[in-house]
Design a protein around this ligand. Sequence first.
Ligand code: HPA
Length: 276
Amino acid sequence: MTTNIKDIAKTIGKLTGGFAPQIVLILGSGFGGYCDRVKAERTLSFSEIESFPRTSVAGHKGKLVFARHMGQDIAIMAGRVHYYEGFKMQDVVLPIRALRLLGARNLIVTNAAGGINEDFDKGDIMLIEDHISLFCPNPLIGKNYDEFGVRFPDMSRAYDRELGEVAKDCAKKIGLSLKRGIYCYLTGPSYETPADIRALMALGADCVGMSTVPEVICARHAGMRVCGFSYISNKGAGLSQEELSHEDVVAAFAGISDKFYALLDMLIERISDEKK
Ligand code: HPA
């Protein structure tokens, strides 16, 4: 598998003329509009890259955009693959590992999530301060790849405090009210029951979703710094009268504030690699 990752990194390197991103930005379902702000140097669809996992989820485009943006070399994953699509966990995190091999040291993750914290409303953005992944398989199960990191990586600061502070400062400057909290990862693809939501509430989760955590664990294993945001696309099951559907989750992004994209711009601009 390591050979596979190396080959994929090599293929991407060739297709992009040796582009070395410092920052990876994963755009979850509905955030694709951010790509319009970026002048791509090279765009690859996932299907162009041999052995790269291909997403099948409506609303996820599945492309890799390489760009110089806000003074930084970035790779945007517009779309991601999920464990619930039937991929092995190792394949879910493969893009992160390949981009790490190409030089990326920072990861910004975004996702849609159901709000559990009763102070959260549909349309809120939450800075992810920590996550719960007790119920899901770990992407590092199997042989350890020592070239990326240690067998038992620490997760006590999965989300970088300094980047979190920068994000909060950016939000303040932009006038975006940023919630903060804990993201709980469940595999999906079914949404939760109201009893699940009450249980997660008791565990201290502020929102729930079906992505992100595998990539974050893998990025931390490989020594990358992580900053993450959840878009509260709906209230968790049972917390409102509405039934949940993917179409409604995607539709909720029509209300996403341009301010969030401005925040991403400013955060990208302010990420510095001095502290590694
Ligand atoms: N639950 C799980 N994943 C989600 C939700 C939800 O309510 N909303 C968006 N992604």
